[in-house]
Ligand binder design. Sequence first.
Ligand code: C5P
Length: 235
Amino acid sequence: MTGVQANPGTQLIVALDVDTLDEAARVADQLGPLVPWYKIGKQLFTRHGPDAVRMVRERGSRVFLDLKYHDIPNTVAEAVRAAAGIGADLVNVHAGGGPSMLAAAAEAGQKSGVLVVAVTVLTSLDERELRATGVAATPAEQVVRLARLAQANGIPGVVCSALEIGALRQACGPEFVLVVPGIRPAGSGTDDQKRVMTPRAAAAAGADYIVVGRPIRQAPDPQAAVRQILEELKG
Ligand code: C5P
């Protein structure tokens, strides 16, 4: 797994939520070696597939392939292996896929050298929406339940909102890897994110990775935005 370790200090992941490989490469070229990680999600991957991963790897950064696998165990395990094969360093699966799927994903990740984390409850689901799916627990309860389930089946971490860091550290311990989107540097707007935290606060709360997209890509000076975030993470 190309040197990916649990709890390496809080690391920055920049979300490449763009349509074209050219746009993605422009972001990566502009930010250069400042950025250790990029996140490639469904938008870019559906259009450009492994070429997008290759583009990032060629520039010396690591890749979080955010495809949120959710399928039968064998299919998810093969997808994890395939992700490792095209050069991803970190991938995610839905914890709601259940114990067998999580165990299969964890084993595939270990064998193929890619870090696998789980998505618990999508932050777009509020209590009412969650209930409509047949889950009577609150989103906060369900997040902890699914994180424990993931951990019990060998998955070393989760993607979570900044407000869940404390509860998850308590439930799953200090080694559990927490990947946290919804980060907004001090003084920037919130876009459509509702529950945001600054990089410094997220680092202080115990995030291992923070995911930042628009505040960097749409900044007048993206490099300066990255430098400010890296400073915040150090401080
Ligand atoms: O542009 P922004 O910083 O809001 O981007 C955050 C990234 O993290 C996006 O790719 C978004 O899909 C992802 N994400 C999120 N909230 C979650 C899970 C993932 O914003 N709960």
